[in-house]
Design a protein around this ligand. Sequence first.
Ligand code: BDR
Ligand code: CA
Length: 319
Amino acid sequence: MTAIPIIIDCDPGIDDTIALLTAFVSAELEILGITPVCGNQPLDRTVRNALQVCELGDRTDIPVYAGCFRPMFRDPIYGQFHGKNGLGNTTLPEPVKVAESKSAVDFLIDTLTAAAVLQKRVTICCLGPMTNLAVALRMKPQIAEGIEQVVMMGGAYREPGNRTITSEFNVLADPHAAHVVFASGIKIVALALDATHQVMLKPEHVAQFSKVSGRISETLAELMAFWDRNDVRRYGSRGGPLHDPLVIAYLLSPDLFETQPARVFVEHESELCMGQTIADWYGKSGLEPNAEIVTRVDADGVIALFLDRLSRYAEEVVA
Ligand code: BDR
Ligand code: CA
């Protein structure tokens, strides 16, 4: 099996953390680097959280590169449902691991330039605002040739927004960056709220995940309890949507997802609709589709996949 080379661009974040922990134990994925960005928390915090999660998952071998300090043009907005430090109520040890001296943007440019030459294209997993990738594309557009695809969590098409009436957090936090990425011609798979709201992390899943996950179970349970609590309050639902981990699930098992091609536009001018993602499902714009939007998710299949992966943390202890 040849592992899929990926870069995880993220803003941990509770759900980013579950995504990272899932990717860490998946041999199908070769994680070339983690590039935290300003998003759920200010940059220094998302970097610190990423380092802590690498230590928690025993993957200190993966380099972490600090990304952009601010969105491209707008003032930063931060996540509201990830607790004071971005990781719920958990208190992880001070990290020993440090971030690399190279910036995330330089890392993206160097890695993707080399990938284009070697014909070993890299998949970019975007779990937060897409500032790092957009800035890298602005600096060196040719890096698009080194990208296999972007699999992103963000946007809301037929669903309303989760941060404003129209807009989902990751796109709203840097709508100009999202605009740059959608206009780049790179293959994009979009996991928007339409997809992530199909996979609710219900109390019974929280219990199962924490039961199987060995040495990370206590932290995972704390993270998931915090997540659950906030989304239940917000949506009145049983459980909270598993947003970012779906990006990793898509790479591991694309057969669990149905997609539909569409041209996507990102609103970045109107204050009322700032960050809205609009899909031209029926070709009204006369423009070619620029994304595959996930329309259906096999929720049971995805939960079973996470259960399988997280149980590997218990196997590690036994081994
Ligand atoms: C997205 O916003 C963030 O708060 C989550 O980590 C996820 O990436 C969901 O809208
Ligand atoms: Ca995120």
